[in-house]
Design a protein around this ligand. Structure first.
Ligand code: B12
Length: 211
């Protein structure tokens, strides 16, 4: 297997809207023995980052970007049977994007890493209103909360969510991540049980420390 060729084939098949070829490349890579984390970051995430650049430069349309992200979401969902087949540890994480945040693919990858490590991940996805999230958490009593943010101008919004979650759940681990935090360098973690994590290796390491 040549990883660079696989990356280029995957990227091109996303741009062409070829769902079956994109899906076949992902399956071949997993059959070849690469890990889910590697597939997610080196092939899928990096393809979307390049697609984001093309979109920002006006070289591809919004429609093409939507098509590519829809194919990616389908491929992530296709992985669920192997991801959830682990022994469960009776722990639950709630995974949500902050209010006004529509970028949910990275968060879905994070939820899958929790699942791979025996957790149940309740994936709420994009644009989760703060009060609804809090009410849902009170109902489901999770063991951890994972919050994702891609847009740096949404930092004040996530701060309000963090404050409310911490008031209601004083000891619960809260994990935040997403591209907003690499662009906004002044983010201050509110307490020692809130973790700012960049990539899936670090997510897995942290999750293992909770098990
Ligand atoms: C697809 C996409 C969309 C889709 C999202 C669809 C979906 N279902 O998620 C849609 C069309 C909704 C969208 C909308 C917009 N988008 Co957009 N989008 C993208 C694109 C191309 C890919 C996003 C993605 O999935 N990346 C791949 C994932 C896997 O990467 P990731 O999110 O970084 O996740 C990784 C880590 O960050 C981390 N992580 C992520 N979340 C979490 C959470 C936790 C707890 C942890 C620990 C880790 C973690 O783990 C992941 C694996 O490594 C990006 C380009 C890019 N650079 O990403 C632009 C991009 C993010 N979008 C951008 C913009 C500007 C917008 C819009 C404002 C455009 C507009 N004018 O309407 C809107 C905003 C809507 C909103 N309110 O949120 C800009 C943001 C620029 C900035 N400075 O903030 C980008 C960078 C494009 C660009 N080059 O300009 N977008």
């Amino acid at each position: 297997m040549n990883e660079q060729n696989s990356f280029e084939d995957f990227y091109n098949s996303l741009l062409a809207g070829d769902r079956s070829k994109s899906s076949a490349i992902a399956s071949e890579l997993l059959n070849y023995g690469i890990s889910i984390k590697h597939l997610y970051e080196k092939i899928i995430r990096n393809s979307l980052y390049d697609i984001g650049k093309m979109w920002a430069e006006g070289k591809i349309s919004v429609a093409t970007e939507h098509m590519a992200s829809a194919i990616v979401e389908a491929i992530l969902n296709d992985q669920y049977p192997q991801i959830s087949a682990m022994t469960k540890n009776n722990k639950t994480v709630i995974a949500a994007c902050a209010e006004n945040e529509s970028h949910q693919i990275g968060l879905k990858m994070v939820a899958d890493i929790f699942e791979l490590n025996g957790w149940d991940a309740i994936f709420l996805g994009a644009n989760t209103p703060k009060d609804d999230l809090l009410n849902f958490m009170k109902l489901r009593k999770p063991d951890a909360l994972a919050l994702s943010l891609s847009l740096d101008f949404n930092i004040p919004t996530i701060n309000k969510t963090l404050e409310s979650a911490r008031n209601s759940f004083p000891a619960m681990p809260i994990i935040v991540g997403g591209q907003a935090f690499s662009r906004f360098n002044n983010f201050v973690l509110p307490d020692s049980n809130t973790f700012l994590i960049k990539g899936l290796d670090d997510v897995e390491q942290l999750v293992k420390s909770f098990n």
